[in-house]
Ligand binder design. Structure first.
Ligand SMILES: *[C@@H]1O[C@H](CO)[C@@H](O)[C@H](O)[C@H]1NC(C)=O
Ligand SMILES: *[C@@H]1O[C@H](CO)[C@@H](O)[C@H](O)[C@H]1NC(C)=O
Ligand SMILES: *[C@@H]1O[C@H](CO)[C@@H](O)[C@H](O)[C@H]1NC(C)=O
Ligand SMILES: *[C@@H]1O[C@H](CO)[C@@H](O)[C@H](O)[C@H]1NC(C)=O
Ligand SMILES: *[C@@H]1O[C@H](CO)[C@@H](O)[C@H](O)[C@H]1NC(C)=O
Ligand SMILES: *[C@@H]1O[C@H](CO)[C@@H](O)[C@H](O)[C@H]1NC(C)=O
Ligand SMILES: *[C@@H]1O[C@H](CO)[C@@H](O)[C@H](O)[C@H]1NC(C)=O
Ligand SMILES: *[C@@H]1O[C@H](CO)[C@@H](O)[C@H](O)[C@H]1NC(C)=O
Ligand SMILES: *[C@@H]1O[C@H](CO)[C@@H](O)[C@H](O)[C@H]1NC(C)=O
Ligand SMILES: *[C@@H]1O[C@H](CO)[C@@H](O)[C@H](O)[C@H]1NC(C)=O
Ligand SMILES: *[C@@H]1O[C@H](CO)[C@@H](O)[C@H](O)[C@H]1NC(C)=O
Ligand SMILES: *[C@@H]1O[C@H](CO)[C@@H](O)[C@H](O)[C@H]1NC(C)=O
Length: 791
């Protein structure tokens, strides 16, 4: 009963007041002046906080109203902010409004007032503003102490790129104050006698400990400063994704972007939230987070990653099914088993995923870094695969990666394993060639062979077996074992024919044999000789096909110049070939190379067919022959250079030029050709076009004249150097008469004189000896003897 009475009373009162209000509103709008306006200052956010009420409202009524708020700085007339704040108001409700000041509030007194207006659709007439409330002052300066200089805002935290206003309040008015940002002076605006403001635009991050700003009084050393904390802007996490290796733990990763940590603000934190289960976890790491998968089979996940710091929050979401994000662990224990020469079995293991699931593994075989085989194998735990068609004695790399079969998401990491296949017997006979010569009367065979290529050796060649079989006395064998890597041997034979087998051996066995037949007879060197032309690719050697039964041809040459020991080279060619290109990196221009072409008979005997010589590129001779001059007369002389070796020149010698410098004014003899030498002297030139003609008679000369000559060989490219001419002087015409007549005459006279002299000596001795004793005279003795004879 009592309850009913109370209810009834309340209801009647409400009804009454509504009536009263309606009649009032409709007749004359109420002046609903804001009342009890209070203003407070929050230095942390540099905010002015306003609160007020509107008392005159009917107590149960909700009304939409606009409050016009005015803010003045320093003095009430200096209005710096006007804002219309619309809200719904109830009777006695405390209303709140905040305003953030750009200028730190400590630097200036602020004055606030407001008025209101009803702005409700239920009231048709246009409203009118109430009277202004009285000005309220918000003065944070009162809170300051007695220091001479203050700088604000203190310890403000802002994001990079913001605009910040800094101000100082000085109590020493007459002084000149300058302010510095990180040591660099900044210039601002004086707002008041004691207050200046500096606007810093687009502030940048400098260091975690903050940016320093200080102001100082130029005279007096009074100092004030602040630290401004500029944080990097929190970025939205990038590349957010989650995956599982075992369906038990999900690992989510992301790129966090730059760290926003400062001494004033810790680095941003990351929280992982899952919307279906409603669970969340605070991540311990900046860029990854583990999430335990619940036992109940939740299939779909909606993860939100929230990054936050004091200034900002950012989030990204992903939605996925667990089984579609399986990234299996790297397989392990990849090992070769039963490795043969051409086959090997690879085995490996995988970590199982969940219960009884299958993995698809990809096995790749690599040789020299290239994938040569690829196969897919479905396995549960143990993998095994037989690799075939391998090369013997070869290093391979096998590698495996696996993926979840139910839903392919990603391959696991690769695991690799190196292995070598076993050796096999060499698959080809070595390429063998021989050279025959006589050494102190015995036919001697030098055998040469080329090492087998890796493809054919099938392992490490350990030695070569050479079996020498005497064909004329069957069943006579000689076996030589030559350790690798030797590639030649020498055999001394007699006049018989021999068949020689050469095999290469590795640890498994021998190669097929190379067979050649040699006989002790000297080689027939009387064969066609020719020339070959060198090209960029080498020498293009061709020959006449051998009539009959050649089973192949061999071209043989030496790689080095003729004067160096020959490194014998050869090339085997098929029976239908009649030309080939011989190339070698060792060929040099200006060196004569000699090629010998052999035909191989069905009996495996080689016969010399042709010889060829050629130059890769012919050059001009570098030296002139040593010329001997003889038979000099007043009209001619003879030149000869018999010793000149045409073989060892840097090109084929085609002939010689004889240059003769005539006496001044003398014409060239008709057989000579007039030519101008490089140093502009005129010269007569005679061309000998036979390289074997190595003498020349220079005729039709003038007696008693000086001539100069030179002989230069020439090739297709040019001639030898025209440098050192030799001088010769022809004798005078009579000198030779003199020599031929007068000299013998003088000689005769001399002889006669000598004879006469001798004769006179004799006479004297015989007739008039020196001794005065006449009896001793031989004439007397003669007379005496004659007289005796007469008697
Ligand atoms: C508004 O102010 C004026 C003068 O200051 C005063 O006469 C008037 O009564 C005020 N109005 C209200 C509704 O208070
Ligand atoms: C000042 O503002 C900061 C940031 O907006 C707020 O956390 C703090 O509670 C406020 N202080 C007061 C006294 O209202
Ligand atoms: C506030 O509202 C009044 C009246 O509607 C209008 O004249 C004035 O321009 C508005 N002021 C601002 C700052 O919006
Ligand atoms: C900073 O000031 C510049 C120029 O006055 C203005 O363009 C920019 O928008 C301001 N930046 C912020 C974050 O208010
Ligand atoms: C303040 O100092 C600057 C240079 O130091 C000078 O140019 C300026 O005149 C000074 N101002 C006053 C008011 O002393
Ligand atoms: C702010 O500064 C950064 C570098 O410090 C510059 O790249 C950017 O363009 C600036 N922004 C504005 C609005 O000036
Ligand atoms: C995933 O979660 C976010 C955050 O809770 C939510 O906004 C979004 O709608 C959800 N997406 C789906 C598909 O449920
Ligand atoms: C997850 O799986 C369910 C049923 O297996 C399917 O309907 C749904 O489309 C899948 N969601 C995604 C994101 O793949
Ligand atoms: C996996 O399957 C076996 C046999 O079906 C069962 O005994 C075992 O509990 C299962 N394990 C899990 C983790 O589901
Ligand atoms: C595992 O799965 C295979 C087919 O994927 C099925 O045949 C076999 O019975 C399953 N084993 C267990 C223990 O669940
Ligand atoms: C070599 O070249 C010359 C000139 O080009 C040519 O006349 C000659 O026939 C060639 N000899 C051979 C064997 O090709
Ligand atoms: C050589 O030519 C003959 C006839 O043209 C042919 O039968 C033979 O197979 C050829 N030999 C080779 C090795 O090419």
């Amino acid at each position: 009963m009592a309850v009913f009475a109370v209810f009834q009373t309340t209801f009647l009162l409400a009804l009454l007041s509504l009536r009263t209000y309606e009649s009032e509103v409709l007749s004359e709008p109420l002046p609903l002046t804001p009342e009890s306006l209070k203003v407070s200052v929050n230095s942390t956010c540099q905010c002015l906080h306003l609160q007020w009420t509107v008392h005159s409202l009917a107590y149960h009524q909700e009304l939409k109203m606009v409050f016009q708020i005015q803010i003045s700085r320093f003095k009430t007339s200096n209005v710096i902010w006007v804002e219309n704040y619309s809200t719904t108001v109830k009777r006695n409700q405390v209303l709140h409004w905040s305003w953030e000041s750009e200028l730190p509030l400590e630097c200036a007194a602020h004055f606030i007032r407001m008025r209101s207006m009803v702005d409700d659709a239920r009231i048709p007439k246009p409203g009118f503003w109430s009277n202004w409330s009285s000005w309220e002052e918000a003065d944070a300066q009162n809170m300051l102490g007695h220091d001479p200089l203050f700088v604000f805002p203190k310890d403000k935290l802002v994001e990079e790129g913001s605009n910040v206003t800094i101000c100082y309040v000085s109590r020493i008015h007459q002084d000149n104050i300058s302010c510095y940002l990180e040591g660099v002076q900044i210039y601002g605006e004086q707002l008041d006698r004691s207050v200046s403001a500096f606007e810093l635009k687009n502030v940048s991050f400098i260091r975690e400990k903050g940016t320093n700003v200080f102001c100082k009084v130029d005279q007096g050393g009074v100092l004030g400063g602040i630290v401004l904390f500029v944080s990097k802007v929190l970025e939205e996490p990038k590349d957010f994704s989650c995956e599982t290796q075992d369906l038990k733990t999900l690992t989510c990763t992301w790129d966090p972007g730059s760290d926003t940590g400062l001494t004033k603000q810790p680095s941003q934190s990351y929280t992982l939230f899952e919307s279906f289960s409603g669970k969340k976890t605070l991540c311990k790491h900046r860029n990854w987070c583990d999430w335990q998968v619940a036992q109940d089979s939740q299939e779909t996940y909606n993860f939100t990653l929230l990054a936050e710091n004091y200034l900002r929050k950012r989030s990204v979401s992903i939605l996925f099914n667990l089984t579609q994000r399986v990234h299996p662990m790297t397989p392990y224990n990849l090992l070769p088993k039963n490795v043969g020469a051409t086959e090997a079995t690879m085995t490996w293991k995988v970590h199982s995923i969940g219960n009884n699931s299958t993995l698809l593994c990809q096995l790749e075989l690599l040789a020299e870094g290239k994938v040569i085989q690829q196969s897919n194998v479905s396995i549960k735990v143990n993998g095994e695969y037989l690799l075939s068609e391998l090369e013997p004695d070869t290093e391979y790399v096998a590698r495996v990666r696996c993926a979840y079969t139910n839903h392919f998401w990603k391959w696991s990491e690769l695991i690799s394993q190196k292995f070598n296949t076993a050796e096999a017997a060499p698959s080809e006979a070595p390429d063998v060639w021989r050279n025959l010569k006589m050494v102190s009367g015995h036919p001697t065979v030098s055998l040469f062979w080329k090492p087998l290529s890796k493809v054919h050796a099938n392992g490490k060649i350990l030695f070569y077996n050479v079996i020498v079989e005497n064909l004329d006395k069957p069943s006579r064998f000689e076996v030589l074992s030559i350790p690798a890597p030797a590639s030649s041997t020498e055999l001394t034979l007699d006049q018989c024919s021999y068949q020689i087998h050469v095999t290469a051996h590795n640890s498994v066995g021998p190669s097929p044999a190379s067979v050649i037949v040699v006989s002790g007879d000297p080689e027939n060197e009387e064969v066609e000789q020719g020339r070959v032309n060198g090209t960029e690719d080498g020498f293009s050697v061709s020959w006449k096909p051998q009539s009959g039964d050649a089973t192949g041809y061999v071209v043989e040459w030496c790689d080095g110049p003729q004067d160096l020991p020959c490194v014998l080279q050869w090339k085997n060619l098929g029976p239908n070939t009649t030309s080939t290109v011989i190339s070698s990196g060792d060929f040099r221009p200006g060196v004569r190379y000699n090629f010998r072409i052999y035909g191989i008979s069905t009996k495996r005997m080689a016969h010399l067919l042709e010889k060829k010589a050629g130059y890769l590129e012919e050059l001009a001779p570098s030296d002139n022959p040593q010329v001997v001059m003889s038979r000099l007369t007043s009209h001619s002389f003879t030149l000869s250079w018999k010793d000149y070796p045409t073989e060892s020149q840097p090109g084929f010698i085609q002939g010689y030029h004889v240059y003769l410098k005539p006496k001044a004014g003398e014409q060239c003899h008709p057989a000579f050709e007039k030519t101008v030498l490089p140093e502009d002297s005129v010269c007569c030139k005679y061309t000998i076009d036979n390289p074997e003609q190595k003498t020349f008679v220079v005729e039709n000369l003038q007696p008693e004249s000086v001539y100069e000559f030179i002989v230069t060989p020439y090739t297709s490219v040019g001639e030898g150097p025209l440098d050192a001419f030799t001088k010769v002087t022809t004798p005078d015409e009579y000198s030779h008469t003199l020599i031929h007549i007068i000299l013998p005459m003088i000689f005769c006279i001399l002889i006669v004189m000598i004879i006469c002299y001798l004769k006179s000596q004799w006479l004297k001795e015989k007739c008039y000896p020196d001794s005065p004793n006449p009896y001793k005279s031989s004439v007397l003795s003669l007379i005496k003897s004659k007289m005796l004879l007469k008697l």
